[in-house]
Design a protein around this ligand. Structure first.
Ligand SMILES: NC(=O)c1ccc[n+]([C@@H]2O[C@H](COP(=O)([O-])OP(=O)(O)OC[C@H]3O[C@@H](n4cnc5c(N)ncnc54)[C@H](O)[C@@H]3O)[C@@H](O)[C@H]2O)c1
Length: 253
């Protein structure tokens, strides 16, 4: 028995890293995957990979920083597959490890637009749909930086703390409406997110280094995808408002 049979799943940032791994794994588990990303070329490769395996996926280009793109994504998913069961807010970018005294408005606003506002836009749009059907699951990919202080710069850390706050607030608010909302806090994972760091702050990067050296190891995207599969499936029916660290023990120190 496949674990996500006939579930319609939206995954943002699905062209790379953890989003791609979730799209591949969820489709193997019977989900109809609505893969979305700002990078059209890489997105179409992931969709083709899924379809070549005989599984179901469509690709929708979406800049999650734009409210209209996010709303269009959810409308298109429902138009294509008739419903929405699971929403995974995964797209995210880094912040060049900028500490408070170096952070510029552009970085702050961009990081919040992609990492935080996007999650609010999609939750605001999806939750009424889930309330109407009495069922729905949201998984937010936050970060270890969503609960501790110095795994990144100030903008990234604050943006992920906000995602943790939204997860817990909404999980309680809509629990009786049948909506489950959880977050994964990945540790260091081998993905392409480093490409969003163009000019890391010497000061900020240096301050995070002692903590980085405590990381037992880097993880792989597939290790996040397997934890995500559990949280979005009915096996996690009583798991709501949880923050699951998937970090090889890094935060346990
Ligand atoms: N890699 C890590 O060590 C790590 C650790 C903790 C949390 N995270 C979080 O995990 C999530 C996934 O990141 P990843 O490491 O797989 O990175 P990644 O760069 O490999 O993948 C992220 C994807 O998001 C897409 N994206 C970026 N901006 C977008 C936008 N505005 N609209 C739509 N798509 C956009 C990118 O094109 C890319 O395909 C992010 O939210 C990130 O903050 C990553």
């Amino acid at each position: 028995m496949k674990r996500l049979n006939d579930n319609v799943v939206i995954i943002t940032g699905a062209a790379s890293g953890m989003g791609r791994a979730m799209a591949l794994l969820f489709s193997k588990q019977g989900a109809k995957v609505v893969a979305s990303d700002i990078n059209e070329e890489s997105l179409s490769k992931v969709v083709k990979e899924i379809q070549d395996e005989g599984n179901q996926a469509i690709g929708i280009v979406c800049n999650v920083a734009k409210q209209e793109d996010v709303e269009h994504l959810i409308d298109q998913a429902i138009e294509s597959f008739g419903k929405l069961d699971i929403l995974v807010n995964n797209a995210g970018i880094m912040d060049n490890f900028l500490p408070a005294h170096e952070v510029d408005n552009d970085t702050w606003n961009r990081v919040f637009a992609v990492n935080t506002n996007s999650v609010m836009y999609s939750m605001r749009k999806a939750i009424p749909i889930f309330m109407k059907q009495g069922k729905g699951v949201i998984l937010n990919i936050a970060s270890a930086a969503g609960v501790v202080g110095a795994r990144a710069g100030m903008a990234y850390t604050a943006s992920k703390h906000a995602v943790v706050g939204m997860t817990k607030n909404a999980a309680f608010m809509y629990a009786k409406e049948g909506v489950r909302i959880n977050a994964i806090l990945p540790g260091g994972i081998n993905t392409n997110i480093g490409t969003t760091m163009t000019n890391p702050s010497h000061f900020g990067y240096g301050k995070t280094m002692p903590g980085m050296e405590l990381n037992p190891r880097f993880g792989e995207s597939e290790e996040i995808a397997r934890a995500a599969l559990y949280l979005v499936s009915d096996e996690a029916s009583f798991v709501n408002g949880a923050l699951l660290a998937v970090d090889g023990g890094w935060m346990a120190y």
